[in-house]
Every structure is written in C-alpha cells, then in structure tokens.
Write a protein that binds this ligand. Structure first.
Ligand SMILES: *Cc1c(COP(=O)(O)O)cnc(C)c1O
Length: 444
C-alpha cells in the first residue's frame, strides 16, 4: 500500500531515474518522448512513487486513463482472477463472456436508449479508424469531417484527422485522403468575439461541408465533445447538438470521440450527456479499463451491423484481461459515483484556478468540466498572446516539486488537470498549493 502523501526523497528526477533515462536514450527510439522522466516503481490512488522513493501527486492519470486510481482494489481482483483463468484466446477464434459483458455495459452507459452494439479494440486510434470504416460502410460515402484543434490519434488515418502538425504529423505524410477540416467553435479565440462564436462556427462548418465536400459525399463528422489534446476546448452550450442535428438531417453520421472525455471524467458518464447529444457512433478508450489497453466503438445497432462478417476485428481487440479490468472500472464508477466525484473535483479546482488567474494576470481562461479542467496561459490578456514558454516553465516547476502535470493545446500554452477521480481533497489542495508556488517561481 502506498500512503496518500507526497514525499520528496531526492531531487526530481533522482539519481536512479537519471540513470534509467540514460539507458532510455541508448535503447528507446528518440521519437518516443517522456514528459517527466521519473521512473515509476508503484502507483496507487492519487500518488505515483518513483524508483528513488519520491512520491508524486498525480494530476495526469497517465492522460485520463487511471480515472479509478492505480491499484484500484476491484480492478486488481478482476485482473488477477482473469489472468488465472486465461489471458487470450482471440475473440474472433473462440469467444468469451467478458467481451459480451463489456459490450452490454457500454450499451447501458452510453447516451440514448436505442438498440446499440459495440466492437472492441486496443487503442483510441484503432477505435477511431474503425468508427470511420463502419461509417463508410453504413452510408456508402467516403468523406470524413474533423475540426480544428481535434486530436484523434497517430495512425495514418487518425493523423489525417488530427489537426496539429508538431509533434503528431510532421514529416509523416502523405496522409489518408477524404478527410476535411472545419473551424472549431473555440469561444476564447473566436475572432469576432465569444458571442458570435456559436452561430458563426456553425455556419462555417455547414458551408465548408456544402461547398468543399457535398453533404451527399460525407460519411461522418467526428468531434470530441470537449477537445483534449487541442486544449480542453469546450464549445458553446447547444453547439454540439446543432452540429449533430444538422448531420442527421443530411444522413451524415455524428461520431463523438469520447476517448479522453468519457467514463465520468467530465462529471457525467460522457461529455455528450451534458449537451443532450446522442451520437450515432461513439469511440471510447483511455478511462475505460483502469489502465489496461481497451477501446470501443459503440453505436446504433443497424449501423454497427452494416459491416460484413469478419470485416471488423484484430488479434487482441477486447482482450479478456482488459475486459475484466473494464468491468471492474465501470462497477467502481457506478458504486462510488465517480461522476459525482468529478463534479466535486471541479468545485475544488475551479475557484482556486480562478483566484490564480486574478492574482497572476497570465491566465486567459479557466475552462473544462468535472475533472477535465484547464487554464490557458497568455502573455497579454487583451491580445491573448499564447505563452507556451511560461506553460513549460510552470510545468517544470511543478515536476520539481513532486506534482505530475501535463500541458496541451495547439499553441502549447494550456495547462491541463486530469487527476484520478479517486484522489483525496487533501492531495488536490496540496497540488494546487504547488501550482501556485510554480507560478510564483516561473513569473519571478
Ligand atoms: C488519446 C486520444 C486518442 C488516441 O488514443 P490512443 O489510445 O492513444 O490511440 C483519440 N482520440 C482522443 C480524443 C484522444 O484523447
């Protein structure tokens, strides 16, 4: 058991981590980056312990993955039991019940009470690829529309859907075709002002599809209801619903990519729930299985069934150990009301971040929902000039003090908070104290 306490035993990174990082440089491809090179020995709840005995407060959850916390008892028990039964048969060869149970649970927790079916995969990118495959089969159309600031993965098709060049796309082209991009309703940076954002972004989206793609050629529109890597961008209330409704009018499938925003992260099962949006297809991964690799496409049964038998799958998709972990995670979310806990975390984070904005004058916006909260750093509040160097400096100062933090955003100037939903209020408060110190140091 790991005490839920921050411990600074050495400098961060400590000597053993520094040694391991040298081995990393020798053995691991440089293209695989590490944001905070402390090597982990164990993690539990809201604490990550490194090989030098430092205990860091976790405001990242391994990028919104360990929402139920590391060493979650239910997940550990389920995984241990499953490993003792069997680890793999391949669902496409000889199937097993755990896969069915995950698909049944997905039908229950995702928005809408229509008939739903799911298919399971290993990663968010793989789920997005398969959502596009399904959408193309179901509609007989090929074009796919994504949005500015969107992030959908690093495979060839998902790189094409992802908006940001560095580091995700640079030099990796040519990318998959028939992908188009629309402006995102990003209120803080909408050029004519926040008030105009919803209407103008909606018009820009529909006229782009009409003029450049043709509605009749468009299989799917894919949107993160709250954008993740792009900067935790929350579109204006009602906008996502308008986009989804417009898609339906034109026979275009609305795909919600809830890989980052899903599974109680935003204070409801899914970010779509806050907006009353019922997507035709939804992709999930990250928070679904307490850290085990699992992803899903869930959607209207008749769409999911449009693909011929054998047309979807993969060797490991819906691995039984990952499925067992997902079932235990979903049970934990239900039993411990982690959606409610995410709303409590929001209530702790937002006022303190707002106060930090007032006292520092370098935070242009505090935004997000639940335990998916971010601050956008700017060097000039009126001009909204992005301040990526400040974000990097604050990030480094947090790391030195034993707080695991993450940045994001198209301009690299967004600081995001994704604590495990099981983190205690004391660790949350201590993390925010550290953040204040880090700002004071970076601005000195
Ligand atoms: C992380 C992410 C992906 C890609 O998931 P991987 O498991 O890294 O392939 C796709 N979409 C969104 C919204 C994400 O945040």
């Amino acid at each position: 058991m790991i005490t839920q306490q921050r411990v600074l035993a050495t400098q961060i990174p400590g000597p053993r981590s520094v040694q391991m990082q040298q081995r990393k440089l020798a053995a691991v491809a440089d293209g695989v980056g590490t944001g905070l090179p402390v090597y982990v020995e164990a993690a539990e709840g809201g604490i990550v312990r490194d090989v030098d005995g430092n205990q860091l407060i976790d405001f990242g959850s391994g990028i919104a993955v360990t929402s139920v916390g590391n060493r979650n008892q239910r997940v550990m028990d389920a995984v241990t039991a499953q490993v003792q039964d069997f680890t793999h048969t391949c669902f496409m060869v000889t199937p097993y019940e755990e896969y069915l149970e995950v698909c049944e649970a997905l039908a229950e927790v995702t928005p809408g009470d229509h008939a739903k079916k799911s298919a399971l995969f290993n990663s968010g990118a793989e789920a997005v690829e398969n959502a596009v495959k399904i959408a193309r089969h179901a509609t007989g159309r090929s074009a796919v529309v994504a949005f500015d600031h969107g992030y959908h993965g690093r495979t060839n098709l998902t790189m094409a859907l992802t908006a940001k060049n560095m580091p995700y796309k640079d030099g990796f082209g040519p990318f998959a075709g028939e992908v188009y991009r629309a402006p995102m309703a990003y209120p803080y940076r909408w050029l004519t002002g926040e008030k105009q954002c919803a209407d103008e972004a909606f018009d820009a989206f529909t006229s782009m599809v009409h003029a450049q793609v043709g509605e009749q050629n468009c299989a799917a529109v894919i949107l993160e209801p709250i954008q993740g890597e792009g900067g935790f961008i929350v579109p204006p209330a009602g906008w996502t619903r308008r986009v989804a409704d417009w898609c339906r009018e034109h026979g275009i499938l609305f795909v919600a990519d809830e890989v980052q925003s899903g599974f109680c992260r935003t204070g409801d099962w899914f970010a779509s729930d806050h907006e009353g949006v019922v997507p035709d297809l939804m992709t999930t991964a990250k928070g679904i299985a307490g850290g085990m690799p699992l992803a899903a496409v869930t959607g209207r049964a008749e769409l999911m069934d449009a693909v011929h038998g054998g047309g979807l799958g993969g060797t490991y998709g819906g691995n039984p150990v990952a499925c067992a972990a997902a079932l235990a995670s979903i049970e934990t979310m239900r039993e411990e009301d982690l959606a409610g806990r995410a709303r409590e975390i929001e209530a702790v984070l937002v006022p303190r971040l707002q106060a930090l904005a007032d006292s520092t004058g370098v935070i242009g916006e505090v935004r997000g929902r639940g335990a998916m909260i971010a601050i956008e750093l700017v060097s000039d509040l009126d001009l909204k000039t992005p301040a990526p160097q400040l974000a990097a400096a604050v990030n480094a100062a947090c790391h030195e003090r034993g707080l695991v933090t993450l940045t994001c955003g198209t301009y690299g100037n967004v600081f995001r908070f994704l604590p495990p939903l099981t983190i205690g209020d004391d660790l949350l408060a201590e993390g925010l104290d550290i953040l204040e110190e880090a700002f004071a140091q970076a601005l000195r």
